[in-house]
Every structure is written in structure tokens, then in C-alpha cells.
Design a protein around this ligand. Structure first.
Ligand code: WTA
Length: 663
């Protein structure tokens, strides 16, 4: 896609939506109901001390913010803190017998770990890690699925001051070895295997393969899903369960970390180039994750909170592990998939544990919508708050989520943020502002987003144009740098909209890479990655808008729009559409789709083709890979498919469109 497409403004045709009010009962009990909070956070940088004050510090900071060397900012300078202590030890005096992590295996097996249990486990694991030579500042790569050992190992690492770098378990051997190499990590913690749809997956073989061809082989530490290994384990690997037993009841003092010391790396892959190791600091990150968990997710210690994401992503780091545990709540973890052994599995778990807060993604909502509301029937659950994160949610999907899953009682927070931002950036405070389907809402307290054109000029809210989303003021949760590559940090996130010769932080702005629009009520609507913008007959359109219009058609569950080159028009949209269960592809539906696009956007944007498909190509974190659909529409070779959750889907669609003979 040419770069000029990323510049300038984008047209926006999204239909204004009505507001939904949070119920009075919600507002009464909300952690934050005083609108003055925005004023408190206006004070920069002092406002953010409110988040840092939610934590226990060994030594408080001398300076809240040091912006003298932009964009390498420092937060809570001089402060000393330990994340593991804040997530575990400090709760023992008040709630040691309360469940910290509630784990449900795919087969229904259940484990409850109290804060006291967690304390003991983490101490023993810390001792085990130290015994193999892991020291403060050594980067430990984790390649673990949704088992309790994942958060426990993370917290053991942070206890001894060894930054962790968790690689999502679904990632391949190559992805693992790339990340191990990039981080110069000398240790890998993995597991023999885990369950997926009733099958035991051999997981350790990915580490075996990743190590082939490495000159300096990392030390491999292996958890086992059961008491004994289920698959062959190489002799040189160390069994962590056995090692932990050797350190039974040992206590390891948490290391007093400087606020600016690294807490973890989280690799994120862009559309091009090798993955970037987003480096997060200890104090600022933990303060931001904890503060937003309290104010935005409305978490209270007595809640049962379930973020149905994978800890292998930033969402799981901030909002399954660090934020919720720092607040001393009960956090649920589920090992399996939502449709195994049946499509009511999520609601069964929600009922069983009486979940109060439910956290999921638009992809999941659209999937539930596709399966149909009948799969919710018979389960008695009721959420107080629900979230949406990871992609723009179409108003239609939002309303379905609100009505059927939230039962018109739960408040929804649509939270826009990124791996790089550490925590929520644009979202409503649920007890203060009304919800608006499809809009992430207002800027979070203390956060200064702005919509600018290609020259960096602010786009007026009243003109109804979308543009580049930038953040003009630093915040404590932001990444410190791209690990080992300060230049890439600057060129990816700062260069375009900053005066890079200036040493004043006010002249630097963070580029999110997303397109967005701000409406006159100050709500932000995110249109998605700017790479997902197309030019139809001279109109720059976000694919999200078209998709929203298509999903308005009742029988449609999900849609992705890709751009096809056209000799006259430049580009035309192809619509790839997944129908809700019980519907068959028909010209009638095709007609409804065309009408809905005409009505919502205009005739010019009508899809050139409507292609009914079984499923869409998605990354393992659930984001639609429109780039591959674009390859298919243009009969090009399929680009890199290694990050797909199911690589066969793209191939199936290609055959459907071009037959066996296509590229
Ligand atoms: C997208 C996930 C619209 C966006 C926390 C962003 C969203 C990218 C939303 C970051 C939202 C995330 N509405 N789009 N509420 N939340 N995104 O790093 O394009 O996996 O840049 O972090 O997801 O994805 P990441």
C-alpha cells in the first residue's frame, strides 16, 4: 500500500449512534463517580501520582517525571518497588485465604490458588530459578499456555528482578527462536504440553526445534501439565516441578527494583519487519495497569473477574495478571477454547464462578453472534461490567453484546490501547460517561490524544474527518523503548509527528498508527490501522466503516473488506462475509449488503464483489488479516501466513475465489 494513503485525512460516514446510560446501581457502587478526576489528572505529571499511590513502594520517588531526553522518559524516578510484592505479599495480611487465581482446565478440572498459596509457590519458584543461575536483569523467555504456571513464573521472575518475555504459546518454533535471539535470552521456560479441543498438544517440540541451529543454547526449564511428563523431554532440560520440590518452603526476598528497571518485554509484530520488543518499566507500568484496572474496569477485591484473553498478549499481562492481582481480586483463567466441548462453555464458566466482570474482544463477540443467542440460553450469569478490546467493534456487534450477553444491565467499556501503551488510553470511566456503540469514548484521565492530518495539523472535531491518532503527552504505562533498538523506537513511533531536534518533550508526539475521528462530544471512534485504509473513487475510506455497514445486515456475523485494484476506479472494495449460523448465501443477502452500504456510506462504496466465506483469516490474537484478503482479491501470492491462527482458511478462500489454478 502506498505511503500517501497513510497521510492526510480519511472520510468518515459512520452513522451517529444513540447513547446508553449506565444503570444507577452501577454508578452508585462505581470506584470512580466523581467527574473531578479529569481535573486532577490535568495536572501534569502530578496527576499520575494517584495511580502510583495505589501501590506499596520501598522508597517513594524523588521526581514524578523526567522528560529531559525525549522520547526516553522516566517515571517515578528514584522510587523503589517490586511488582511481585505488590501483587501477592501485600495482600497476605488482609486476604490470604481469598482465591487469587481461579483456573479452569479445558476438561473442567479446577484449581483455586489463594493469595497464601500463590505466595508460597512464587517463593519456591523464585528459589528454583535462582538455583539455575538466573540473576537480576537476566531476560527469561517464557513460552507457556494458559496454565497457572504462567502467571506464577511471571511473578517469580519479577520477584527476583529478572524481566520476563512471554511468547504466546500458539507461536511457532521460528517465532520463539527469533524472540529468544532478539532478547539475547539465556533461559526458556516452557511446558511439555497442554489441552486443545480434547487433545494433548506436544508443546515442548517447538522449543526443541527453536534450539536447532542456535550456537549458544539457552537453558531450558520445563513445567509439566500433569505430575509426570506426557511426552519425551530432552535430558539436558530441567524439570521445574522437581526443582521446585527441592526448594520447598524456601522464601526469597523480593528485590527492590528501581522504578525504571525493566519489568518485561512483550514482542509485537507490525505489518513489516521483525517483531519489536516493547520494553516496559516496573514502576510506571505497574502504576498505570493498576490504576486503569481500578478506575476503568471497576475491579474490587471481592469481585470475580474474568478476562478471557490469553496471558501471551499484553491484555493478559496488564488485565489478567498485574492490574487485577495488584488490586487483590480473584482473577479467572481458562485453559481451553470457547466452543469445546460445546458453544455454551464460556457462559457455563461464568455461571459456575459467578463472574462479575467479563473482558473479551470484538472477534469473540462476533463469533458468539454468529453461533446465535440460543447458546446462551439456560445459563444463569450476570455481569456488572464488560469490556471490548483489540479491534474496533461495529455498533451492531456492540448492541448484540449489550443485549444478549450484558442483558441490558452490564456497562460496556470499549478500551482502545496497544501493547506499547501498557494500559487503556481511550475509554470511558464507566460510572461517569454514557456509552456509545462503536466509539471507544473519551480520553482516559491524563491522556491527551489528538487527531491530525498528514502534516501534523489538528483536525477540528466539527469537520467530521478522520486522521492520524497521536498522543501528545507522556504517560507512565508507555513503553520505554524497543528493546535493543532505540532508533527503531524513534522511527516507528515518534519521527513522523515530532520535532526530533527538540529536547522539549512538548514537541514530541507518539504516533499510534491508527486512524480515528473525534466527534463533537469529544468521543473518539477508532477506524483501525491506517494500513487498512482504501481509496475508492477518490474517497479514502476506513475498511471498518464498510464492514460496519455490512454487519448491519441481520444474517451477517462478520465481514472484512479488502481492496482490489481496478483499472478505472483505482481501488474497489471486495467484501468477504461470514453469515450467522442457519443462514445460506443468497442473492437476497447480497442485495441487502449492497443496500446497507449505499445507505450507510454511499453508492460509490458498494462492494464490487460479495464473497461468502466460512471464516476469515485471523491472527492468533483475533485480528482480521485484511492484507491476505487483499492478496486474494488481486490474485497475488499469499504473503506471510505464519501468524495466522488457522493458515488453511486463507488458502480455502483463495481456491474459492480463483479455483485450484490461482496463485
Ligand atoms: C487495535 C491490544 C479499536 C488498534 C490491547 C491498536 C482497537 C491495536 C481497540 C493494538 C479498540 C485495540 N477499538 N481498535 N477498543 N483496542 N485496537 O498491540 O488498531 O495487540 O493499534 O494491543 O489494536 O493491538 P495490540
Amino acid at each position: 500500500m502506498s505511503t500517501d494513503k497513510r497521510r492526510g485525512t480519511i472520510e468518515a460516514h459512520l452513522v451517529e449512534q444513540q447513547y446508553y446510560k449506565p444503570p444507577d446501581e452501577f454508578i452508585e457502587q462505581a470506584n470512580i463517580k466523581d467527574p473531578n478526576i479529569y481535573e486532577r489528572f490535568e495536572k501534569f505529571p502530578e496527576g499520575f501520582e494517584e495511580y502510583a499511590n495505589l501501590l506499596d513502594w520501598y522508597k517513594t520517588w524523588d521526581q514524578v517525571f523526567d522528560g529531559s531526553k525525549p522520547p526516553f522518559y522516566k517515571w517515578f524516578v528514584g522510587g523503589k518497588i517490586n511488582a511481585s510484592y505488590n501483587c501477592v505479599d501485600r495482600h497476605l495480611s488482609t486476604r490470604k485465604n481469598q482465591t487469587a487465581l481461579l483456573w479452569e482446565g479445558e476438561d473442567g478440572e479446577q484449581k483455586n490458588i489463594t493469595y497464601q498459596d500463590l505466595y508460597r509457590e512464587i517463593n519456591e519458584i523464585s528459589a528454583a530459578l535462582k538455583s539455575v543461575g538466573i540473576k537480576e536483569n537476566d531476560i527469561v523467555t517464557l513460552h507457556l499456555p494458559m496454565v497457572l504456571e504462567l502467571p506464577m513464573t511471571m511473578l517469580a521472575c519479577s520477584r527476583i528482578g529478572a524481566p520476563h518475555s512471554e511468547v504466546f504459546a500458539g507461536f511457532s518454533a521460528t517465532a520463539l527462536s527469533d524472540r529468544v535471539r532478539d532478547a539475547n535470552s539465556e533461559y526458556i521456560v516452557t511446558i511439555d504440553g497442554y489441552y486443545r479441543r480434547g487433545e494433548f498438544l506436544n508443546h515442548i517440540e517447538k522449543t526443541d526445534a527453536a534450539l536447532e541451529g542456535m550456537d549458544e543454547r539457552p537453558t531450558v526449564l520445563v513445567w509439566t501439565r500433569h505430575e509426570k511428563p506426557m511426552v519425551d523431554i530432552k535430558e539436558e532440560y530441567i524439570l521445574l516441578k522437581d526443582l521446585q520440590k527441592e526448594h520447598k518452603r524456601e522464601l526469597v526476598d523480593p528485590v527492590e527494583r528501581n522504578a525504571e528497571d525493566i519489568l518485561f518485554l512483550m514482542y509485537t509484530s507490525g505489518t513489516t519487519g521483525k517483531p519489536k520488543g516493547c520494553q516496559h518499566r516496573t514502576g510506571g507500568y505497574l502504576a498505570y495497569a493498576t490504576g486503569t484496572s481500578k478506575y476503568i474496569l471497576d475491579i474490587k477485591p471481592e469481585d470475580t473477574y474474568w478476562c478471557a484473553a490469553d496471558i501471551g498478549w499484553i491484555t493478559g499481562h496488564s488485565y489478567i495478571v498485574y492490574g487485577p492481582l495488584a488490586l487483590g481480586t480473584t482473577s479467572v483463567m481458562y485453559e481451553g477454547t470457547p466452543d469445546y466441548p460445546h458453544k455454551g462453555r464460556i457462559w457455563e464458566i461464568a455461571e459456575k464462578y459467578s463472574v462479575d466482570i467479563f473482558h473479551t474482544s470484538p472477534t469473540a463477540v462476533r463469533m458468539f453472534m454468529k453461533w446465535g443467542e440460543e447458546h446462551l440460553e439456560g445459563y444463569d450469569f450476570s455481569f456488572r461490567l464488560m469490556t471490548s478490546v483489540g479491534e474496533p467493534i461495529q455498533p451492531e456487534a456492540w448492541i448484540w453484546y449489550y443485549e444478549y450477553i450484558g442483558k441490558k444491565e452490564a456497562v460496556i467499556v470499549d478500551t482502545w490501547w496497544q501493547t506499547e501503551t501498557g494500559g487503556h488510553m481511550i475509554t470511558n470511566l464507566p460510572g461517569i460517561s454514557d456509552m456509545k456503540p462503536g466509539s471507544a469514548g473519551l480520553a482516559a484521565p491524563g491522556i491527551k490524544p489528538m487527531i491530525v492530518d498528514g502534516e501534523g495539523k489538528e483536525i477540528d472535531r466539527e469537520v467530521g474527518k478522520a486522521g492520524n491518532l497521536i498522543i501528545t503527552r507522556p504517560w507512565p504505562g508507555m513503553l520505554q523503548t524497543v528493546y535493543g533498538d532505540d532508533e527503531r523506537f524513534i522511527s516507528t513511533y515518534w519521527e513522523e509527528f515530532s520535532d526530533t531536534n527538540s529536547s522539549e518533550w512538548e514537541k514530541w508526539s507518539y504516533k499510534a498508527g491508527d486512524g480515528a475521528i473525534q466527534t463533537s462530544d469529544k468521543y473518539f471512534r477508532i477506524l483501525g490501522r491506517l494500513d487498512d485504509v482504501m481509496n475508492v473513487a477518490g474517497h479514502r475510506l476506513g475498511t471498518m466503516e464498510l464492514e460496519s455497514a455490512i454487519v448491519e445486515v441481520k444474517s451477517v456475523a462478520e465481514a472484512a473488506v479488502a481492496s482490489r485494484k481496478h483499472p478505472e476506479k483505482g481501488e474497489v472494495p471486495d467484501a468477504y462475509v461470514v453469515l450467522r449460523e442457519g443462514n445460506k448465501a443468497s442473492d437476497e443477502i447480497r442485495k441487502c449488503i449492497n443496500e446497507s452500504v449505499e445507505e450507510g456510506i454511499g453508492k460509490f462504496a458498494r462492494p464490487a464483489n460479495v464473497i461468502f466465506v466460512e471464516d476469515l483469516p485471523k491472527t492468533r490474537s483475533g485480528k482480521i488479516m485484511r492484507r491476505l484478503l487483499e492478496n486474494i482479491s488481486n490474485d497475488e501470492e499469499l504473503g506471510d501466513t505464519t501468524t495466522l491462527s488457522d493458515p488453511t482458511i486463507a488458502e480455502k478462500i483463495r481456491i474459492q475465489v480463483h479455483g485450484e489454478g490461482g496463485k
